[in-house]
Design a protein around this ligand. Structure first.
Ligand SMILES: Nc1nc2c(c(=O)[nH]1)N[C@H]1C(S)=C(S)[C@@H](COP(=O)(O)OP(=O)(O)OC[C@H]3O[C@@H](n4cnc5c(=O)[nH]c(N)nc54)[C@H](O)[C@@H]3O)O[C@H]1N2
Ligand SMILES: Nc1nc2c(c(=O)[nH]1)N[C@H]1C(S)=C(S)[C@@H](COP(=O)(O)OP(=O)(O)OC[C@H]3O[C@@H](n4cnc5c(=O)[nH]c(N)nc54)[C@H](O)[C@@H]3O)O[C@H]1N2
Ligand SMILES: [Mo]
Length: 758
């Protein structure tokens, strides 16, 4: 039976709930991936495509940003990478007949899953003012329309240029150049909702907003923390690296409110033993922390290190030579209140003391993290405290040690490096001005949340999305949808149909783009692009499949042609850039530090690694010239009686807003997504039974409430007081104004809710 929710229909009538798994990957993983690939691509195309993922002459996997390593062997892909590829390389097509059949309003009634299942977009489409349908439009007309709407704006700041993280370096560089030549720094991106907190905390403390470890460091580490991350689903290839690290002697500590399958036991599908054996137990210690308890945990470890009599508990020599702020930090941490630590973490003092034992026994420590740390109100202080923890024992800037924020989208880090940022550094703008001979705007632009506010308030009128699914990825769905609908023009450069096409401005354009897997032929011949992984390694990506339709353009072409139409007198060589991407890379080599000789080095089989001052030379380019120890107040997040703290997570069968299927195999869910995972003790306290139907109602400090209807309660071993449910169905619960300090990232991992019988 299909039922309705405000964000589309859904059918949970076949839902099954079983016990969660305690291990990940192995044969069922590969089989599941191949089944979905066959369905989308057929057997021959599956074989041809999957063999090229992450190969030296192949394309970069669009799945995640985990690095490839230098051992790229056949089948260096994972279950979820295969699903990402199948989603793009599908043989299904969305044609003009489809749009003639479905009105835009009808499409808005459909689920994310249904929309994605329709296949690849094939030609540019326009929804005219007052029309109920998208109709075919020529590329020239589409660019003409966008250009005339952009130039009709009173100020360039009334336009918003969003980017998702799959865009290549070449396209990203051209795109930010266009936005700045047009006159605005309104370049929000998915990073604003993702690792912005990591970038903010790391820039301030170590002087560069990127991770400081390479793959080899993992293999030299004595101790690896995996905090707030579910690699079994979201970075499956990381499990192979963790397995190897263990073999080389590392201990692993998982810090998570959920006992995620991949962290517990891993069966490596790339090795024969993974097919039959028990697999490797990955986490030596599992700290089942309360949501938002991480600042307290690391501050407690820091306090114990400062108080420890163990020899070399603290690396005083490193601190004296390289750090700033030790005295204030020490004074603050020694005042830490243990009762608050236990309340915030939900851990026992014994567990924290045992963890300290692991730390004291480890010369080299790495901390990895992802969204479990970055999407809270105090995310930036939390990550700063982790930097304190590493600095105390000199664990930054030496082999086997460091910070490892694990990025999401496959080129989200590269996009930032290329200048996709609403707060560009003056040095970057100076270099742009020198290279292209125009004066770029200096005033900061809007990030994602401020872009929504600007559209809501009528201050932004044209929205262009370079990839992504803005209305579904962002918080406060009702507010965001109204904001987009109030625009004069919304335009989406996309590969697949999604809700952002259905929640449209007065005028709306769909601009269909080539994907990673496809050949990109330009006048000068076949092109390749490049991407930067989570560890700052840059390498080439070449698609080989025939494009999904003859009418697709590359993201580079779309950007350059739009720029030509909108900025006829810019004097920038858009034609040359489109004709030959080497020309773009030559520009980049003169504008972006670390890219000298880009065109030569990108042609090396493994590409090249970008410089990283703290990692390479223990140099910290911060405001003080040293690594900054910081003072971070511990504020325990207290939840009123009868309420739960909700985190919004990914299921095993989705890629952000793309829903591949309706199962979450490792967590025991089949054929449904509207579930809320709650600890059994909380359920009995609330008098709610496993299997009950509830509405999730979030309560925000300004007295407003938001409701997500009809969720099945699943009794689940999550930390007490901490619930979990999938995004994007729960984005409606996150208030627009509920964002992290400094980074302004929506607090998708800590929302106070109550359960109401549905
Ligand atoms: N297959 C697949 N791969 C993906 C994606 C996808 O959707 N599907 N998305 C990509 C993107 S863009 C990103 S950013 C990454 C996301 O990768 P993850 O960060 O792994 O994704 P989430 O599902 O948000 O999982 C958050 C994890 O943090 C834990 N957690 C939540 N709150 C807290 C907390 O307060 N403290 C601690 N210690 N843990 C907490 C949750 O229980 C969960 O295990 O994955 C990328 N890769
Ligand atoms: N509640 C909650 N909200 C969240 C999160 C959360 O954990 N909880 N996570 C946040 C995070 S970490 C992120 S990164 C954002 C993700 O935000 P986005 O990056 O905006 O969303 P995606 O779902 O990754 O975008 C999917 C769409 O991208 C398009 N696409 C795919 N490949 C390509 C390509 O190669 N080129 C082009 N032009 N288009 C392409 C397809 O049309 C597809 O429909 O969501 C954020 N929102
Ligand atoms: Mo992300």
């Amino acid at each position: 039976m299909t039922r309705k929710a405000p964000d589309g229909d859904f059918d949970d009538s076949e839902m099954e709930v079983a016990k969660p798994k305690t291990w990940a990957a192995g044969v069922p993983g590969v089989t599941a991936a191949l089944r979905q690939s066959y369905e989308q691509m057929g057997v021959r195309r599956t074989a041809l495509t999957l063999l090229r993922v992450n190969q030296k002459k192949g394309f970069d996997c669009p799945g995640c940003a985990w690095p490839e390593g230098d051992h790229r062997h056949v089948a260096e892909f994972c279950e979820n990478g295969a699903k990402a590829v199948a989603e793009e390389a599908t043989t299904r097509r969305v044609t003009r007949a489809f749009f003639a059949e479905h009105t835009v309003a009808e499409l808005a009634e459909r689920s994310d899953h249904w929309l994605g299942q329709q296949g690849r977009l094939t030609e540019p489409m326009l929804k005219r003012a007052g029309s109920e349908h998208y109709e075919p439009v020529s590329w020239d007309e589409a660019f003409g329309l966008l250009a005339s709407e952009l130039t009709a704006l009173e100020s360039p700041d009334e336009a918003v240029f969003y980017t998702s993280g799959r865009t290549s370096n070449e396209a990203a560089f051209a795109y930010q150049l266009f936005a700045r030549a047009f006159g605005t720094n309104n370049l929000p991106d998915c990073s604003n909702m993702c690792h912005e907190s990591s970038g903010s905390a790391l820039s301030e403390t170590i002087g560069i907003g990127k991770g400081s470890v390479l793959l080899d460091d993992l293999y030299q580490a004595d101790l690896i923390f995996v905090v707030g991350q579910n690699p079994g689903t979201n970075h499956p290839r990381m499990l192979s690296a963790l397995e190897k690290a263990k073999k080389e002697g590392a201990r692993i500590i998982a810090v998570n409110p959920l006992p995620e399958a991949g962290l517990m036991r891993f069966k490596n599908p790339q090795r024969p033993s993974g097919v039959t054996g028990q697999g490797t137990v990955l986490a030596d210690r599992f700290l089942q922390i309360r949501l938002n308890g991480d600042l307290a945990l690391f501050q407690a470890l820091n306090r114990m290190l400062l108080e420890s009599d163990a020899p070399e508990a603290v690396d005083q020599e490193f601190l004296d030579a390289h750090s700033h702020g030790f005295d204030a930090f020490r004074k603050h941490v020694l005042g830490l209140d243990w009762d608050e630590v236990l309340e915030a973490t939900g851990l026992t003092r014994g567990e924290i003391a045992a963890t300290l034992g692991d730390v004291l026994g480890a010369k080299r420590i790495i901390v990895c993290w992802a969204m479990g740390l970055t999407q809270h109100r105090n995310s930036v202080p939390t990550i700063r405290e982790i930097v304190n923890f590493l600095l105390l024992r000199g664990n930054i800037g030496r082999p086997g040690a460091g910070v490892c924020p694990v990025r999401g989208h496959s080129n989200v880090q590269g996009d930032r490096t290329m200048g996709i940022w609403e707060k560009p550094k003056p040095a970057f703008l100076d270099a742009l001005a020198a290279e292209f001979g125009f004066e770029p705007p200096r005033e900061h632009g809007v990030d994602t949340v401020d872009a929504i506010r600007a559209m809501r308030d009528g201050k932004a009128r044209v929205f262009l999305g370079m990839g992504g699914n803005f209305v579904r990825a962002t918080p406060d769905s009702a507010v965001t949808e109204a904001a987009l609908r109030s625009c004069r023009l919304t335009a989406q450069v996309s590969t697949k149909l999604n809700r952002s096409h259905a929640v449209a401005g007065e005028l709306a354009l769909i601009l269909p783009a080539l994907g990673r897997t496809e050949r990109d032929d330009q006048e000068s011949g076949p092109q390749f692009v490049s991407v930067e992984d989570s560890m700052g390694m840059v390498h080439a990506s070449r698609g080989r499949l025939a494009p999904a339709s003859g009418d697709l353009l590359s993201e580079v072409s779309i950007t350059c042609r739009l720029a030509r139409a909108a900025l006829p007198g810019s004097g920038i060589g858009w034609d040359a850039m489109e004709r030959d991407y080497d020309v773009i890379r030559d520009h980049v080599s003169r504008v972006v530090p670390g890219f000298a000789d880009y065109n030569a080095r990108i042609r090396e089989p493994d590409g090249f690694t970008l410089p990283h001052a703290p990692r390479d030379e223990r140099r910290f380019p911060t405001a003080t010239g040293k690594a900054n120890l910081t003072v971070n107040a511990l504020e325990v997040l207290r939840v009123p009686e009868g309420r739960l703290l909700l985190q919004t997570v990914r299921s095993h069968d989705q890629y952000n807003t793309t829903i591949y299927g309706l199962d979450d195999r490792y967590r025991g869910i089949k054929a449904g997504r509207r579930v809320v995972f709650v600890n059994p003790a909380d359920l009995s306290g609330l008098g709610i039974a496993d299997g009950a139907m509830v509405d999730l109602v979030s309560e925000w400090s300004d007295g407003t409430e938001r409701r997500a209807p009809a969720f099945r309660v699943v009794s689940y071993p999550t930390a007490p007081g901490c619930a979990a449910a999938y995004f994007p169905e729960t984005n409606v619960l996150v208030p627009l104004d509920s964002t992290a300090e400094v980074s302004n990232t929506p607090t998708s991992k800590s929302i106070v809710i109550r359960l109401e019988p549905a």
